[in-house]
Design a protein around this ligand. Structure first.
Ligand SMILES: Nc1ncnc2c1ncn2[C@@H]1O[C@H](COP(=O)(O)OP(=O)(O)OP(=O)(O)O)[C@@H](O)[C@H]1O
Ligand SMILES: O=c1ccn([C@@H]2O[C@H](COP(=O)(O)O)[C@@H](O)[C@H]2O)c(=O)[nH]1
Length: 337
C-alpha cells in the first residue's frame, strides 16, 4: 500500500535531489551512498575478494544522517548491481533491491528514488526519440512521396476510417496488414509461412518484409499521396521507413478501449476468415500493440504530427472528427502536393 502510494506520487514528481556515489573503503569493500537531500543513506554493495574479507572482518553496513531504519544489505559482499564502464553505479540495476526494501525504507527516500528513476527514464526515452528523428529526417530515396499513417489498436477502426478518408481526400489507401496477407497467399512466397505464423501469434512480422512490400506498392501505384493503414507498428520500422522511403506528414491515432475492440473483432471474426480474429490471438495482439506502439505515438508527438481521435462512437460520428482534422491539414489545397 505504502509502496504503491509512493510510486504513484513519485511518478508525477520530477525531483533532482538524488545523487549516487561509490565510496571505496580501506578494507576493500565499496559503499553505495544514496544522497537524498537532506539525508544520506549508505549501504555496502560490493567488496573485492581480498585477504581481509573473512568472517572476522565482515562487510560493514554504514548508515548516516537521520535515517536509521534497516535496509537489508542483501548484497552481502557480492556485487548488488551493475557498475558502468567508469565504475559508477547504474541505478536501474540496483532498483530491485531498493524496491524489495521499500516497505522498510524511509518513505521520503523511497519517493525521491522513484522520482529520480522516472526522471532518468523519461530523459533517456526523449533522447532516443530525438536521435531517431534526426536520423529519419536525413534524405530518403523517394522525397516526392508523402505518406500519412493511421495507427490504433486492433479493431479500433483504422480500415473503416481509411476507406472514408481515401474516398474523400484522394489518397491511395495501403494497408500493411492486407499487403502481408496478400504476400502470405502468393504462390511461391518465401515469407508466406513466416507471415502466417507471426499473424497467428499476434506478433509483428519482420519489418524488412513489411517495409519492402509497402515500398513496392507505392512504386506500383504511381501516385504520390498515401494513407498507410496500421503502420508503423514499431519504432525501428517507422524510423527505417521514413529514412528510406517517405516521411509521414500526419499520423492519426485512433484511441479505443480494449473491451470495445475485443467485441468488434470477435464479431468480425464470425465472417472474416482471418487467422488472428480469435480471442487468444486478439489478446496477444493487444499486448503487442501496448508494448510497441506508445513509443511511436511519442515519436510523432515530438514532431507535432500526431492527431488523436477517440473511436468508441459509431463509424460516421468518428469520421466527422477525422474529416475535420483532414480538412484542417489538407483542405483547400493546404499541404497538397
Ligand atoms: N466506430 C465503430 N463502431 C463500431 N464498429 C466499428 C467501428 N469502426 C469499425 N467497426 C467495426 O469493427 C471491426 C473492425 O474494424 P476495422 O477493420 O476498421 O478495424 P482495424 O483497426 O482496421 O482492425 P485491424 O487492425 O484488426 O485490421 C469491423 O467489423 C468494423 O465494421
Ligand atoms: O506493419 C505491420 C502491420 C501488420 N503486421 C502484422 O499483420 C497483422 C494484422 O495487421 P492489421 O493492421 O490488423 O491488418 C498484425 O497483427 C501483425 O501480425 C505487421 O507485422 N507489421
Amino acid at each position: 500500500m505504502l509502496r504503491s502510494t509512493f510510486s504513484r506520487i513519485g511518478l508525477v514528481t520530477k525531483c533532482p535531489l538524488i545523487r549516487l556515489s561509490l565510496i571505496s573503503n580501506a578494507n576493500g569493500s565499496r559503499t553505495l551512498a544514496i544522497r537524498a537531500q537532506p539525508r544520506t543513506f549508505t549501504t555496502t554493495v560490493y567488496r573485492r575478494r581480498t585477504a581481509n574479507m573473512n568472517k572476522q572482518n565482515p562487510p560493514q553496513v554504514k548508515r548516516s544522517g537521520a535515517f536509521d531504519k534497516r535496509w537489508d544489505n542483501s548484497a552481502n559482499g557480492k556485487v548488488a548491481g551493475r557498475l558502468n564502464e567508469r565504475g559508477k553505479p547504474e541505478l536501474e540495476s540496483f532498483l530491485p533491491q531498493i524496491h524489495n526494501a521499500a516497505d522498510s525504507l524511509d518513505p521520503l527516500l523511497y519517493l525521491i528514488l522513484i522520482a529520480y528513476l522516472y526522471r532518468e527514464f523519461t530523459k533517456k526515452t526523449k533522447r532516443t526519440i530525438r536521435e531517431s528523428i534526426a536520423q529519419a529526417s536525413s534524405t530518403n530515396k523517394f522525397s516526392s512521396f508523402h505518406d500519412n499513417g493511421i495507427i490504433g489498436g486492433p479493431g479500433s477502426g483504422k480500415g473503416t476510417q481509411c476507406r472514408n478518408i481515401s474516398k474523400e481526400f484522394g489518397f491511395t489507401h495501403l494497408s500493411a496488414g492486407d499487403l502481408l496477407r496478400a504476400e502470405k497467399k502468393r504462390p511461391g512466397s518465401k515469407y508466406g509461412e513466416l507471415i502466417n505464423t507471426r499473424m497467428k501469434e499476434g506478433k509483428i512480422v519482420p519489418m524488412e518484409i513489411t517495409n519492402a512490400l509497402l515500398e513496392q506498392a507505392m512504386l506500383d501505384d504511381g501516385g504520390k499521396r498515401f494513407l498507410i493503414d496500421g503502420f508503423p507498428v514499431q519504432m525501428g520500422q517507422a524510423v527505417k521507413f521514413e529514412k528510406e522511403v517517405a516521411p509521414a506528414q500526419l499520423v492519426l491515432y485512433l484511441e479505443c478501449p480494449e473491451n470495445v475492440m475485443l467485441k468488434r473483432l470477435l464479431k468480425r471474426g464470425e465472417t472474416s476468415g482471418r487467422v488472428d480474429d480469435n480471442a487468444e490471438t486478439i489478446r496477444r495482439r493487444f499486448k503487442t500493440f501496448v508494448e510497441n506502439s506508445y513509443p511511436i505515438v511519442d515519436y510523432y508527438k515530438e514532431q507535432g504530427k500526431i492527431r488523436s481521435i477517440s473511436c468508441v462512437n459509431p463509424p460516421d460520428v468518428v469520421y466527422q472528427e477525422v474529416k475535420e482534422i483532414m480538412n484542417k491539414e489538407f483542405g483547400k489545397n493546404k499541404n497538397v502536393i
